[in-house]
Design a protein around this ligand. Structure first.
Ligand SMILES: Cc1ncc(COP(=O)(O)O)c(C=O)c1O
Length: 391
């Protein structure tokens, strides 16, 4: 028989990532290709204690169905954190709990994109967003990133052409580049969008992971009614709980909530309560300090090893987050570096899937959060033996 799949599934980008991950799953390979937070920095004991308390306090409630918008104490906690950390007047009514911030990408696209609608993206852009949006058949408008954020002239040109439903960006420690928008660029973007019907979608997966511990003001600060922020506990607590949120103006949130209810009724209520209990009984700031100290050291080490061992490559120098991008010299295709890297037992991610309009075969993305310092040293030496032989 023939399976007549919907047209949208044909629009999903051809994924060679499955193959890459299969290859790099070999335990003798040091993988910088993935995107995991450090397992060693998950507070397994603290989360186990919180789980025990939830089960002993009110297990029948904890295991029952719940409301679509999410566990109120958790939403209050998130809103209060915005107020305290960033001085943004968030309220719990503007927060919707989701099944990992990845779900925001799907639901947001579902409520905004008709086939052929224009959606702005960074170039390079987050692969998970490209995949999620593609299923709704948009026309992507890619705006190149420089060291301060989206190129201002290209951004303005994008907004002046046919209307763009929304621009999706990651102002803090972007995935894959590791770049952070400057404060001036955030302001300029807000000014450019003001008065248009284009929403700014700010994916803030890494905003808590600045190595200097200082928060950056989001674009939403300059454009409160025309922007949304997605957030996540994955990088600061535990990704396996799959808890994130959407912070949006009420009109957007109402449509988002309708889509969320149709998709899954609500996010895992048990995990929401365990997380809320954990946050009420543990100091998240102290935990985050530990994470950024480790990631900061690992990032610096990786950058230094690039400079010392592979001077022919240039690389970004992230202020936070989990990723950096390196640019390969002319004549050194990223797929060659990947294949030869696998022979030498080190995996990096070729840049091509991050470019919605082609290109990227002269870049590689590396993750510095999931390998400890010993692994980074060994892996970078292996990588150097690949690229130095090549150049
Ligand atoms: C930029 C970005 N956004 C969203 C996500 C999804 O994270 P989660 O669904 O775990 O919140 C990731 C995961 O790595 C990411 O890198």
């Amino acid at each position: 028989m023939t399976f007549h799949f919907a047209r949208r599934i044909e629009h999903a980008p051809a994924s060679f990532l499955g193959e890459l991950f299969r290859v790099s799953a070999d335990p003798s390979i040091i993988s910088f290709a993935g995107g995991l937070p450090s397992s060693a920095l998950i507070d397994t004991e603290g989360i186990a204690e919180a789980a025990k308390e939830v089960f002993t306090t009110d297990p029948e409630v904890a295991l029952q169905y719940s409301t679509t918008d999410g566990y109120r104490p958790l939403r209050e906690y998130i809103a209060e954190r915005y107020r305290k950390r960033l001085g943004i007047p968030a309220t719990a009514d503007e927060i919707q709990i989701v099944n990992g911030s990845q779900q925001c990408l799907d639901l947001f696209a579902k409520i905004f994109i008709n086939p052929g609608d224009r959606v702005g993206m960074e170039r390079p852009g987050y692969l998970g967003a490209i995949e999620a949006f593609s299923l709704y058949e948009p026309a992507f408008a890619a705006v190149p990133l420089d060291s301060e954020g989206p190129d201002p002239a290209a951004f303005e040109a994008m907004t002046k052409k046919t209307p763009v439903k929304f621009f999706y960006g990651i102002p803090n420690s972007q995935n894959p580049s590791g770049c952070t928008y400057s404060q001036d660029r955030r302001k300029a973007i807000a000014e450019c969008l003001e008065g248009t019907d284009t929403v700014f979608y700010e994916d803030d997966a890494f905003g808590e992971l600045f190595f200097d511990g200082k928060p950056r003001l989001p674009v939403k600060h300059y454009l409160p009614e025309q922007s949304v922020i997605s957030g996540s506990f994955s990088k600061i607590t535990a990704p396996g709980m799959r808890i994130g949120w959407m912070y949006a103006p009420k009109e957007i949130l109402a449509a988002f909530n309708t889509a969320k209810q149709a998709a899954d009724l609500h996010s895992n209520f048990l995990c929401q309560q365990i997380l809320a209990r954990y946050l009420a009984t543990h100091d998240l700031d102290t935990h985050i300090k530990k994470i950024v100290a480790v990631y900061g050291r690992q990032c610096r080490l990786m950058c230094d090893l690039f400079d010392d061992l592979m001077p022919a490559l240039s690389h970004t120098t992230p202020e936070g987050g989990m990723f950096l991008t390196a640019k390969l010299p002319a004549g050194m295709p990223a797929m060659d570096v990947f294949r030869k890297g696998i022979d030498k037992k080190v995996a990096v991610l070729p840049g091509m899937p991050f470019f919605v309009d082609g290109g990227g075969d002269d870049t590689i993305r590396l993750n510095f959060s999931s390998s400890d310092e010993e692994k980074i040293k060994e892996g970078m030496n292996r990588l150097a033996s690949v690229v130095n032989r090549h150049s």
